[in-house]
Design a protein around this ligand. Structure first.
Ligand SMILES: Cc1cc2nc3c(=O)[nH]c(=O)nc-3n(C[C@H](O)[C@H](O)[C@H](O)COP(=O)(O)OP(=O)(O)OC[C@H]3O[C@@H](n4cnc5c(N)ncnc54)[C@H](O)[C@@H]3O)c2cc1C
Length: 379
């Protein structure tokens, strides 16, 4: 009989690689499977907020290309620019091939078995779960689906689509030394550079990661908005440019995160933040939570599923649900929002930065207090 792993983790992004690290550290036999050969490029701005970094069980300085202690939020009104600064790196810049591979190696050090270049095609459920990959079958007691926005595992395990997947474009751009010097000193978010969304400029070691994302699925010409953003940044010459398009799930699933021995984490679950579309920190967090739930349940798969959903309700979902409501308002009510930003913007960016660095979470009554503020201003 072939070996049966305690847990098979599908996908070696931040969610899966940290889950594998934590599971292996807790003594569970763990296999980490990815369809790609590693390291692999991942379409992502690579802006990693400090709340994710501070909770990692190991130092990642080796794969950080730049650190920013300040962030800048631009709007399409020239008189509205918000800036904030902290004593910790609010955003660390990483390239995802290096970053993800770094965590995978940490998982291997703890005893996880890596099977790269193994694409999952089918799942069969019996006494154990059989993963049918293009390189052969693997047997396991539990499956952690960390296979990203498209999550074939969730589909194979019977989930329907209840997340909100938004379109985004990422460009890895080499510019002239003068432009790079000017633009590499700040990390900036440009709200309204695209309808219902924002553009970003994230400086890496030798290039800029520039991108645009819209929170609506409406027909929006992302490429045209990216070109306009280059103009807004004053980029005169593009030396080289690699374009990548993908989707970001910015609303959690509404039909649960566990069934039949399969757990969903990271983008597969829809855990990217709805306001910022920042998904790395919640991917890591859900990877840790699933490992905690599985380890606490001592082999009882149903108990592990119930415990995981409980931990999500306590530690992840309330903030995501608040963020979802704030995002609908923030991107949908441009006029009122900009009016409020002019008056209270410094407080807003300061609060968001505290969330980014993990000093506070979004208050669950935030929408109620926003509505109160609007009433006070109008009447
Ligand atoms: C344009 C863009 C910009 C972004 N910018 C940022 C940012 O700056 N900061 C931030 O925090 N977040 C950002 N995000 C979101 C972030 O990239 C994701 O939230 C994050 O990668 C989710 O991690 P994950 O581990 O859940 O999935 P992923 O990182 O997507 O990893 C999934 C893994 O599963 C593997 N896989 C898929 N199918 C199979 C299969 N059938 N068999 C085996 N393996 C499989 C894939 O090869 C991949 O390695 C951005 C996203 C996009 C699209």
């Amino acid at each position: 009989m072939s070996h049966i792993f305690d847990v098979a983790v599908i996908g070696s992004g931040p969610a899966g690689s940290l889950a594998a690290y934590q599971l292996a550290s807790k003594g569970l036999s763990t296999v980490l499977i990815d369809k790609e050969s590693l390291p692999r490029y991942k379409t992502c701005g690579g802006g990693f907020v400090f709340r994710g970094r501070r909770n990692l069980p190991f130092d990642i300085s080796d794969v950080v290309e730049r650190e920013f202690y300040q962030i800048h939020l631009y709007f399409d009104r020239d008189d509205l620019v918000l800036t904030t600064e902290r004593e910790v790196p609010v955003i660390s810049m990483v390239m995802r091939d290096d970053f993800d591979h770094f965590i995978v190696n940490k998982a291997i050090e703890k005893g996880a078995v890596l099977k790269e270049g193994h694409k999952l095609n089918k799942l069969s459920f019996g006494e154990a779960i059989t993963l049918h990959t293009d390189q052969g079958d693997i047997m396991t007691k539990m499956v952690v689906a960390a296979d990203g926005a498209l999550s074939p595992t969730a589909k194979l395990a019977g989930w329907s689509e209840t997340r909100n997947l938004i379109p985004a474009l990422e460009y890895e751009v080499e510019v002239s030394p003068e432009d790079f010097e000017r633009l590499s000193s700040e990390v900036r978010f440009d709200v309204d550079s695209i309808p219902y969304g924002y553009a970003w400029s994230f400086p890496k070691k030798n290039h800029l990661s520039l991108g645009v994302a819209s929170t609506r699925k409406a027909r929006i010409d992302l490429k045209a908005h990216y070109r306009a953003y280059l103009d807004k940044l004053g980029i005169k010459e593009v030396i080289s440019e690699k374009a990548h398009g993908f989707q970001i799930p910015v609303a959690p699933r509404t039909d649960g995160f566990f069934r039949n021995g399969v757990f969903l984490i990271g983008d597969a679950a829809g855990f990217a933040d709805p306001i910022t579309a920042e998904g790395i920190s919640n991917a890591l967090k859900s990877g840790s939570l699933v490992a905690e739930a599985i380890a606490q349940s001592e082999g009882d798969v149903s108990l592990a599923g119930a415990r995981y959903e409980e931990l999500l309700k306590e530690q992840l979902l309330p903030e995501l649900n608040t963020s979802l409501k704030v995002a609908q308002w923030f991107y949908g009510q441009k006029k009122i929002r900009n009016f409020l930003m002019k008056k209270y913007g410094d407080r807003f960016i300061s609060a968001m930065t505290d969330v980014f660095i993990g000093e506070r979470s979004l208050p669950t009554d935030l929408m109620a207090s926003l509505k109160k503020k609007i009433k006070e201003l109008v009447y």
